[in-house]
Design a protein around this ligand. Structure first.
Ligand SMILES: [Zn+2]
Length: 261
């Protein structure tokens, strides 16, 4: 059962079973998404998917016996962290990046608070690729320091890879990095008024001087300057609708699996 912490009282949390309750922390980013998508693209996708997961869970519970719901593992969803680590997009105005150390400290303060009250599990639900490596690098240390198991569900990771998604996209997920077909289709579905269709362009060449051993790359260098890394010209609202449903179903499945580990 997924509940939003912001709508609960401390007494509600007090009653939660420490041994089978997970906290869920959504993390996004505020960063450039090409000339055609808004800076809050990752946050919008994050919160829409999260909202869909919570609504799906509410709907499912309506058909389940209350006694069976009581036996389910609880998941307490925290308010989202809407800024992320976005230094790869720093050259684009409007990008607001937390430094690595700030992001780590924020998560550590949340872990300390959860630990203080005896909980043992944190699931991070992340919609920005730039946060992934940082969280992975710290997860084992956090687990040891706070005695909390840390799990990471990242959109755009292999947890959501091509073989699991409905095959509606023309471009492979491995080349659809940023503001490409998938993100553009999702935004067209969620809020088409925020998509500047006349500025959509797939005329990019990610391969220019881009070698995998160059880890300090900047999006401005490898996107021919417009910030897009992918094929947004293939995006449609219909694809976005199908994909949005897939993201809700797959995320629900993953949260449920981890909550019941
Ligand atoms: Zn994004």
């Amino acid at each position: 059962m997924i509940r939003e912490l912001s709508k609960m009282t401390w007494l509600d949390v007090q009653e939660a079973d420490r041994s089978k309750t997970s906290f869920l922390l959504p993390i996004g980013s505020v960063e450039q998404h090409g000339p055609h998508l808004p800076l809050a693209t990752d946050d919008l996708i994050l919160t829409k998917v999260m909202q869909g997961v919570i609504e799906a869970d509410d709907a499912r519970r309506a058909d389940v016996e209350p006694s069976a719901v009581k036996k389910e593992a609880d998941v307490l969803c925290l308010p989202p962290m809407l800024f992320g680590n976005s230094h790869e997009h720093y050259s684009f105005p409007g990008t607001i990046s937390l430094s690595c150390s700030t992001l780590v400290r924020l998560v550590e303060d949340i872990l300390a608070s959860i630990h203080e009250h005896g909980f043992k599990k944190l699931i991070i639900f992340n919609s920005h690729g730039g946060n992934t490596d940082l969280i992975k690098a710290y997860a084992q240390e956090w687990e040891q320091r706070f005695q909390i198991k840390v799990y990471l569900i990242s959109l755009w990771s292999d947890l959501y890879s091509d073989d699991k998604e409905t095959p509606v996209f023309a471009s492979d997920a491995s080349v659809d990095f940023h503001a490409g077909e998938r993100e553009t289709a999702l935004l067209m579905h969620y809020n088409s008024g925020l998509v500047k269709e006349e500025l959509i362009s797939s005329e990019i060449n990610r391969d220019i001087d881009f070698k995998s051993y160059y880890t300090g790359w900047q999006t401005g260098e490898i996107s021919q300057g417009n910030g897009t890394l992918g094929y947004p010209t293939y995006a449609t609202k219909e694809k976005g609708e199908v994909y949005a449903q897939f993201l809700i179903e797959r995320t629900s499945e993953l949260i449920n699996e981890i909550a019941n580990v």
